[in-house]
Design a protein around this ligand. Sequence first.
Ligand code: HEM
Length: 419
Amino acid sequence: MSNRLDKSAYFYCMLGNPKASFGTIAADLHRIRRGALNPFFSQQAVAKFSGHVQAIVDRFVDRIKSCAERGETIPLFYAYRCVTVDIITEYIFGHQFNLLDRADWGRDFYSAWRSLWELSPTIRQFPWMMDAFMAMPRWFTALTNPKALEVVDLFSDVDEQTKILLSSDLKQIESKPYPIVVWGLSKSDLLPASEKTFTRLAVEANGLLAAGFETTGAVLTHTTYHILANPEVHRKLLAELAEAIPDLDHIPGFQQLEQLSYLRAVVKEGLRLAVGAYSRLPRVNPSGDMQYGNWVIPAGTAIGMSALFIAKSPLLFPDPDTFNPERWIINDQSPGSERLEQYILAFGKGTRSCVGTNLAHAEMYTILATIFRKFPHIKLHNTTPRDVELAHDYFAGMTRADTQGLQVIVDRTNRSEKQ
Ligand code: HEM
């Protein structure tokens, strides 16, 4: 089968962002856009940024400490999204949205994005809809479709942040120890001028934000829930972290954390159960028939498969609904160790796979190691399996709208956290 398949135009018009790498339909145009993005997400580029990831996680730690002192619940579902938004906005704009400082733990921000995802199946049927909302007077959209208004305001905000970045002082940009993605794209030799217009860059920023925050937040939420719901997993993870991180003030870099075998198994199992994209990620060969086994697939036919079917396959993962990091540890030691790895499809595969895989790994390892090492006594609070179950397919699997999602408290009766 060709490696140069287009994305399905019908399916991917859902977020109204055909100028972003994510929403680009044609394989040839995508190759140009992706080529310019790749250098910002390499292992080396992410390593340069990793100190900032830790600094943002440290702000998160401070906020958890304040909650613990007041005996408050921490709505980790939202809190994780605050951290991932602050990280990705720092990386793409060079400044953060500072959701971690918001009293509501970014619930308004999340609500706007959720509105977009909830509208996405309708936009797929009426692709002109998003443009129509953008063109309407604000008051009219507020009256007719408050969800759409949230989305319109969100897009305008990303436009504004892009404008602020592109008009920044060069000295300020150069003072950053890591490259700022949207600024870097605006100067990239790999893109023609037509790809560096304000509109194109703002839409790319929007796509990076969307792709970068919810996915990572969802995997962290899922993984944390399963760790806390499984005392034996929790105990083993804490034991490994206590040994590997004797000094709470010095959390090792993510590349060192990736070497911790139990943490690594926990992350893999979290990625498996959180799945990544629920949808089928349809691709199209516009110009020729394709042969698959005995089947001829006519040109223009959308084909795709959901990672869910692999992630939950009992043939590959016995007892697939159980969070069992051990399945990865046995596998690491057995001769066929790579065999199971190839079935982690959370980041997709091939030319359209996730550009942010390295950054996502840096975030997941840093956040999980820091939180579980510094707060060994967090425990679930008012959270049942229903609160974390992925009940909707809005491209990503999403939880029910009527739940607060994962919530935790720091258990003050059993406390050894360094305060
Ligand atoms: C655990 C976290 C993440 C998961 C599970 C994930 C999953 C995925 C998947 C499955 C795709 C393929 C979508 C498709 O084929 O339509 C994708 C694409 C993409 N992801 Fe991620 N992602 C994660 C984190 C990130 C981060 C941190 C970024 C940073 C900006 C990011 C940016 C992107 C972009 C830009 C694309 C489109 C790539 C292209 O078409 O060239 N992702 N992601």
